[in-house]
Design a protein around this ligand. Structure first.
Ligand SMILES: Cc1cc2nc3c(=O)[nH]c(=O)nc-3n(C[C@H](O)[C@H](O)[C@H](O)COP(=O)(O)OP(=O)(O)OC[C@H]3O[C@@H](n4cnc5c(N)ncnc54)[C@H](O)[C@@H]3O)c2cc1C
Length: 454
């Protein structure tokens, strides 16, 4: 572990507070403390309004949208940048979070778009069904996850948005538009990863499958050489595999292997995994932190929604005040991309809490970070020190440039808009779709103006 990280964790809340008070207002929308305004989950971004309108029905959303010149929808506030921001009006569908229909024959579930995965998954499991994958925590909304192509891990698992088969949204005129994969094909695939730019999503239908059980084992200290020489075998060793590293030393600190199993499956695992040793107790992704908030490990069998995320629904997720960035490169070039980041280790780890490597299967969703290519996602959980992180991000983006890197839409990046736009071959189609559904730019905000429409 880096000395910087150890000191940060030792200082705990004091360090977090000091970092928070050093934040300055800047173009990324960060404001000095003391503002009474509403912030995102991490507290690093202050929205441009001081109240959120809670809508309770589709009709209310329609009236609101029709009567306003500008507004944006807000999910569970888990993005780290201004993608959800508005300086006019924010509307939340938090009260619209019910399961509308479960079609056992078609194997789909329809939910109101404000539902979080934490609200959706337990009743879905009770009725015998499951989703194909989940993110690291279940607290995020389905609409917000679709918006930014939120993903979990697994070489055969596409991101969460890829499960969508039907969407219902209120477009700029206040009309209800229904799109489906079956009937609207290509255009539907353009609308799923919507970046909040197409309207207010009110319902989403997701593909489901018969419910399943899982177990997870963690291995410690995977030799870097093993990752280089056996990358594909390692990331394919389970249904969902995550690797945690701080880019220091010559090993990857933790390998989390989540496997689908039958009821009554053995909790035991091989003691060795490509030179890594089996953990003998539950661990947190940041090894020094208590694992009490983490989903159960040690091979204990449980339902899919209690094993796929790293953090439990009922507990405070992750390590608290933090920043996040994530970058996607083709999985076929994963080893070279990891080596490129490894060369930046000294610049990265003073500011890092932990990095995670995950795989995401290719999809056909126009604005997806995994559009058209099986991907490796290289994630960074940073200390909450934006001035320092902002200096490191361009180095990472430069190193990953030759791999055609795409940044996570909901996390922090500094990539120039023209570079960003060059990474999405269906961007012009997405812009045309957005202009058709929202000709007056009602759902635009500075993030979208810069990243998509400039
Ligand atoms: C601790 C933590 C862990 C995370 N782990 C992961 C992870 O494992 N994998 C991953 O990929 N990402 C992860 N993220 C990022 C996060 O999942 C995404 O950024 C996601 O978009 C957040 O969803 P949200 O509901 O909070 O959306 P918000 O941040 O509230 O909004 C995001 C976007 O969705 C739009 N939106 C929300 N609701 C609607 C609606 N009803 N209609 C139209 N537009 C809407 C907003 O306008 C905005 O454009 C994590 C974030 C945190 C804080």
């Amino acid at each position: 572990m880096s000395r910087g990280r150890r000191e940060f964790l030792k200082l705990g809340a004091a360090a977090v507070g000091a970092a928070a008070t050093s934040r300055a207002s800047d173009a990324a929308g960060q404001e000095p403390p003391g503002s009474a305004r509403i912030t995102n989950w991490a507290g690093n971004y202050t929205y441009g309004v001081d109240r959120v309108h809670e809508a309770a029905s589709v009709d209310e959303v329609r009236e609101l949208v029709a009567s306003r010149s500008r507004l944006n929808a807000l999910g569970t506030r888990h993005c780290f940048n201004g993608i959800a921001d508005s300086s006019h009006l924010l509307v939340s569908l938090r009260e619209m979070a019910g399961v509308v229909a479960l079609d056992a024959k078609k194997r789909t579930v329809t939910v109101e778009a404000g539902a979080s995965y934490g609200q959706l998954c337990p009743p879905l499991h009770e009725r015998g069904f499951a989703l194909h994958n989940l993110a690291s925590l279940p607290h995020i909304s389905v609409a917000g996850a679709c918006a930014t192509a939120t993903h979990g891990s697994g070489v055969s698992n596409a991101n969460l948005a890829a499960a969508a088969t039907d969407l219902e949204l209120v477009t700029a005129a206040g009309d209800v538009l229904r799109l489906s994969l079956d009937e609207d094909g290509d255009e539907f695939q353009g609308a799923v990863v919507h970046l909040g730019a197409l309207g207010v999503l009110t319902k989403v239908t997701l593909e489901v499958q018969p419910t399943y059980l899982m177990r997870q084992h963690v291995y410690l200290d995977l030799p870097e050489a093993a990752l280089r020489d056996h990358f594909e075998e390692i990331v394919s060793a389970g249904y969902s595999v995550s690797l945690f590293t701080d880019w220091e030393g010559d090993s990857v600190e933790e390998v989390w292997i989540k496997s689908r199993v039958d009821a009554g499956a053995d909790t035991r695992a091989e003691p060795d995994f490509f030179g890594a040793r089996l953990a003998e107790r539950d661990v947190h992704p940041i090894a020094e932190l208590s694992a009490e908030h983490c989903t159960e490990q040690m091979g204990v069998v449980g339902p899919w929604y209690e094993r796929l995320p790293h953090f439990r629904m009922g507990f405070t997720p992750s390590s608290g005040d933090e920043l996040q960035s994530e970058f996607f490169v083709p999985r076929s070039e994963a080893v070279e991309a990891v080596a490129a980041i490894g060369r930046l280790g000294e610049q990265i780890h003073p500011h890092l809490l932990i990095s995670e490597l995950r795989t995401v299967a290719a999809d056909q969703l126009w604005m997806s970070t995994a559009y058209g290519r099986d991907s490796l996602a290289i994630h960074f959980t940073w200390k909450p020190d934006w001035p320092s992180v902002r200096k490191v991000l361009p180095l990472i983006e430069r190193e990953l440039g030759p791999f055609g890197v795409r940044p996570h839409w909901g996390k922090l990046f500094t990539m120039q808009p023209q570079v960003l736009r060059s990474r999405y071959e269906r961007l012009d189609d997405f812009r045309a779709l957005a202009r058709r559904l929202d000709p007056g730019g009602k759902f635009r905000n500075p993030f979208l103006d810069s990243a998509i429409f400039a």
